[in-house]
Design a protein around this ligand. Structure first.
Ligand code: SF4
Length: 177
């Protein structure tokens, strides 16, 4: 049977959700027989090719994140989001309490920053936007919340997809134990 093609991406995140995926440990060997990961943060592929399942970790926090989310959405049949940042905005959305100007000033003018450092412009870094969950930018088909989601929750969601079902996570596996 042909393997299910998967691509994953991370946006504004800490990588913890992908680390939780890797924490599946030996269960990854079983998954490797059924899925083929064509793109991930490790491959650093700049443009996606068509896949069955797209997976996003992290919130949409700058214009580049928006482009990545739209590109993956356009190239996948099912889009799944991992973690509270992607599902709800998560801890990143605390930035929305401050203006983008104040945020950049704080990032790049800290007590330990070199006195002659400059605050980057949109020519240097992707312009920041108010932090959003992924579903405020593209249609999302399934959600795996948690910070990070437990390996058990990620495995459940992937197993459901492999069975042809859109996963709806039972509450008891949404706790990290
Ligand atoms: S949901 Fe938690 S673990 Fe995942 S990227 Fe956000 S902060 Fe990191």
């Amino acid at each position: 049977m042909a393997k299910v093609k998967v691509a994953t991406a991370w946006l504004d995140c800490c990588s913890g959700c992908h680390m939780s995926f890797l924490d599946l440990d030996e269960a990854l060997i079983g998954l490797a027989d059924k899925i083929e990961i064509l793109a991930s943060p490790i491959t650093d592929i700049k443009k996606f090719t068509p896949v069955d399942v797209g997976i996003i970790e992290g919130s949409v926090s700058n214009e580049h994140d928006e482009e990545v989310a739209k590109d993956l959405r356009a190239n996948c049949k099912i889009l799944m989001v991992w973690g509270d940042c992607a599902c709800f905005g998560g801890i990143n959305s605390m930035r929305n309490l401050f203006s983008i100007e104040d945020t950049l000033h704080r990032y790049y003018s800290t007590e330990s920053t070199a006195q002659d450092s400059k605050i980057p412009t949109s020519e240097d870094i992707p312009p920041l936007i108010p932090v959003k969950p992924v579903n405020q930018v593209v249609k999302v088909d399934c959600y795996v919340p948690g910070c990070p989601p437990s390996p058990k929750a990620i495995h459940y969601a992937l197993a459901e997809l492999l069975e042809g079902r859109v996963p709806v996570l039972p509450s008891e596996i949404m706790r990290f134990d």
